[in-house]
Design a protein around this ligand. Structure first.
Ligand SMILES: C[S@@+](CC[C@H](N)C(=O)[O-])C[C@H]1O[C@@H](n2cnc3c(N)ncnc32)[C@H](O)[C@@H]1O
Length: 400
């Protein structure tokens, strides 16, 4: 039986895998023009495959194209072992002109298939990302962010001739400068970043350990990306059931994470053995069954209930006393939905801020009422009760 690395050099041939993945893999020769297959891997050249897809049909693209690394010589570690660099045939181009033309061709087709609200992510290293960025700008893409992937475990510069190369760049772009809208799940990213706005520098490790797919002890793919990157890309810039396309699917990272996160995937890969690896990987992934676990409700999308609504509808009453948690502050509820504390009158937030000696404070988190002369109840839980009674239930009570 050939090892995978032998097999992977032969484009068009499959591994000796026992399993048949015809339910997932479609040879592009069998693809009907202008149809959009989903949850499939299209086997063939990405430019040819993209040409068969309908206009404006894709919500999000993640592309990890060949880098054109052009490693000149074998690289040795200090202990004389050979560094397992990228020297695959698919990464070789005869000239930079050829690389640029290839880049222009696939990016042109990506632009055509993206919906008018869609976005694209392209990842690359210093070898190619500047060329890719220029071609994207020339084609009319409009950059939203460049994201720096800071590798927490980079490969050292064994010769000590330059700085350790510890970063790659992702360009996140809209289809055009005039694009009216795009998806950015701001609150989800903020929540992932422990409630601080997420920056464009992502500290994430290279794909190693059990996540790295191996066949007969060898890496199944030389440039398998960490799932953590795709997790952020897909979660930040697409929604449940949207279609995520990867024109250079490789070992299937994008599709596997998309499926896990409840998105539809479409991958294109020219190299048959990789399609087998990707299909097996995708098949092993389970989609998150409960869509509520994928969405971070923002304050804006939560049903809004004014404090005065609770008075109008009898959940609180005019003149009722309202306290802070330790009962050291006491105010009275006014008919107009404000609070009166000594000579001060204002909204629940303004009076809470006054009590705290601050400029702003969330009154929903500060005030309590005494419902039965026994125990203080937060006004936020009275609001939750109102929402429930009126079938306006929030997805989750936000404890953050
Ligand atoms: C940098 S790798 C992508 C790795 C992938 N992100 C992963 O996590 O496994 C690029 C992939 O593009 C494929 N490829 C190269 N040229 C292609 C083409 N013209 N059409 C489709 N796929 C191509 C290669 O076989 C390789 O698997």
């Amino acid at each position: 039986m050939p090892t995978f690395s032998q097999a992977r050099l032969e484009i068009g041939q499959v591994t000796n895998s026992e399993k048949n993945y015809d339910n997932i893999i479609i040879d592009i020769k069998n693809l009907i023009k202008n149809t959009l297959p989903v949850d499939k891997i299209l086997m063939g050249d990405c430019v040819e495959a993209l040409k068969l897809l309908p206009d404006k049909s894709i919500d999000l693209i993640f592309a990890d194209p060949p880098y054109n690394l052009q490693l000149q010589t074998e690289l040795l570690r200090p202990n004389q072992t050979v560094v397992d660099g990228v020297d695959d045939e698919w990464d070789k181009f005869t000239s930079t002109d050829e690389y640029d033309l290839f880049t222009k061709n696939w990016l042109t087709e990506c632009k055509r298939v993206l919906k008018s609200s869609g976005t694209i992510w392209v990842i690359g290293s210093y070898h190619n990302i500047f060329r890719v960025g220029k071609i994207m700008a020339d084609l009319g893409y409009w950059t939203i962010n460049d994201v720096i992937w800071y590798k927490t475990n980079p490969m050292p510069n064994f010769k000590g001739t330059r700085f350790t190369n510890a970063t790659e760049t992702l360009i996140w772009a809209m289809v055009s400068k005039e694009q009216k809208s795009y998806t950015f799940n701001y609150h989800t990213m903020k929540s992932i970043n422990e409630d601080k706005q997420m920056t464009n520098v992502w500290h994430l490790p290279l794909c190693t350990g059990p996540e790295r797919i191996k066949i007969d002890g060898e890496k199944a793919h030389s440039t398998q990306k960490p799932e953590a990157i795709l997790y952020r890309v897909i979660l930040s810039s697409s929604n449940e059931d949207q279609v995520v396309l990867d024109p250079f699917l490789g070992s299937g990272t994008t599709a596997a994470v998309a499926k896990k996160l409840g998105r539809r995937f479409l991958g294109i890969e020219i190299h048959a053995p990789y399609t087998q690896v990707a299909a097996a990987r995708i098949e092993a992934v389970t989609r998150i069954p409960d869509g509520r676990l994928l969405v971070t409700p923002s304050k804006r999308t939560q049903p809004r209930v004014a404090f005065s609504t609770l008075i109008e509808s009898g959940y609180l009453s005019i003149g009722q006393e309202i306290y802070n948690k330790g009962r050291t502050k006491k105010a009275l509820i006014h008919a107009d939905g404000s609070l009166v504390l000594d000579a001060v009158k204002g909204s629940i937030h303004k009076v809470a801020a006054y009590c705290m000696g601050q400029t702003n404070f969330n009154g929903w988190e500060y005030w309590y009422v005494d419902l039965d002369n026994k125990k203080l109840v937060p006004i936020d839980s009275i609001r939750s009760q109102y929402l429930e009674d009126n079938n306006m239930k929030r997805e989750f009570s936000d404890l953050s």
